[in-house]
Design a protein around this ligand. Sequence first.
Ligand code: HEC
Length: 357
Amino acid sequence: MRWLILLVALLAAHTVEAQEPASGRDLYRGACAACHGTDGTGLPQAALGFDVAVPDFTDCSFATPEADADWLAVVHDGGPARAFDRRMPAFGEALKEDEILRVLDYIHEFCGDGRWPRGELNLPRALVTEKAFPENETVLTTTVALDGAGAVANELLYERRLGARTQFEVIVPFVSHDTGGQWRSGLGDVGAAVKRVLVHSRQRGSIFSVTGEVVFPTGKESEGLGSGVAVFEPFLAFGQILPADAFLQVQAGAELPRRGAKEAFWRAALGRTIVSGRFGRSWSPIVELLAAREMESGARVEWDAVPQMQVSLSKRQHVLISAGVRVPVTGRSARGAQLMTYVLWDWFDGGIRDGWR
Ligand code: HEC
C-alpha cells in the first residue's frame, strides 16, 4: 500500500511538473538570483568576491537596449559568448532555450518602464536611410566618387541617448574634392539633430520617430566644401521587424534651406540578418532605394539604389562595418556612382578595444 501511495505521489508530482512549466520568476530565483539578486540589482562585487561588476537589471538604460538574441547567447554559452567575463556561467545544459527566454522576459520586468523601446527594434543601420531607434553610437562614414571628378567625404556622427525616447546627434563632415587637378579639402557643413520616439511596440515589431536636424554653413562655399546656407531637415523614420529575420526601414522628410530650392526625400531599406553558427557573426545584406524631388512643379524624382552588406566585427557585436555602392537609377549623366562604407561603434556596450575575444 505504501508503495502504491508513493508511486501515485511521484506520478502526480511528475504530471504537475509536466503541466506547469517553471515560471521565469522561479527559474530566475533558482538559477540567477544568487549573483543577480532577487530584486535584479545584482549583489555587490565585494559580497561575490568577483573582480567584475554584476549588471543592474532595474536600470532601464542598460536593460532595454539589449536584444534578447544577445542575452540568449550570454546565458546559453556564458559571458565569453559575447566577450564578457566567464563568471557569468553558461546555462545551455541546465536550461532549455524556452526556459532561458522565459527568464529573459522576467528580467525585462525589472525595468518596469514601458517608455523605453526594446533592443529588438534597433534594426541594422543602413548606409543612408536613418533609423528610428535612439542610439548611443559613433559612426564614421566614407563616401568616394567612382565616376567623374575625384571626391571623398568622411562624416563623423556621434549619437547619444537622453532618457527613454530622445536622442541627440552631431554630424561633422570632412570633404575633399578635385577641382581640375587641384584638391580642396576641409570641414564641410556641420549638423546637429534631436530625435524623439513617438510610438514603439515590440509586439507589433515597429518603431516610429521624428527628427529635427539643422545643418550649418560651416564649410567654405567658395571652395565647394559647403552649401553656404543653413538647412533645416525635419524627417520621420519608421522601422518594422518582418518575418524570417527580415526588416524594413523607411525615412521621409524635407531639406529646407534658408534660400534656394527645397527638396523632399523618401528612402527605404529592406534587409535580413543571417547569423553564422549558433551565436556567431551577424551578416545583414540590405538594399536601399532613395528618392529625392525638388519642391517645384515639373521637377522630376531622382532615384538611387544602394545594395550593401553590414557585418559585425567584434564578438560583442558592438563594432560593425558596412559597405555598398550608391548607383543612380535616374539622371545618370548628372550624378555618378559612389562607394560608401562605415565603421560603427556602439560605445555603450564597451570600449572600442574591449569585447573582441
Ligand atoms: C555566478 C554568478 C552568476 C550567475 C549564477 C548568473 N550570472 Fe549573469 N552575470 C554574472 C556576471 C559576473 C555578469 C557580468 C559579466 C561582465 O560584465 O563581464 C553577468 C552578466 C549577465 C548578463 C548581462 C550581459 C550583458 O549584456 O551585459 C545577463 C543578461 C545575465 N548575466 C543573465 C543571467 C541569467 C539569466 C542567469 C540565470 C539563468 C545568470 N545571469 C546567472 C554572474 C552570474
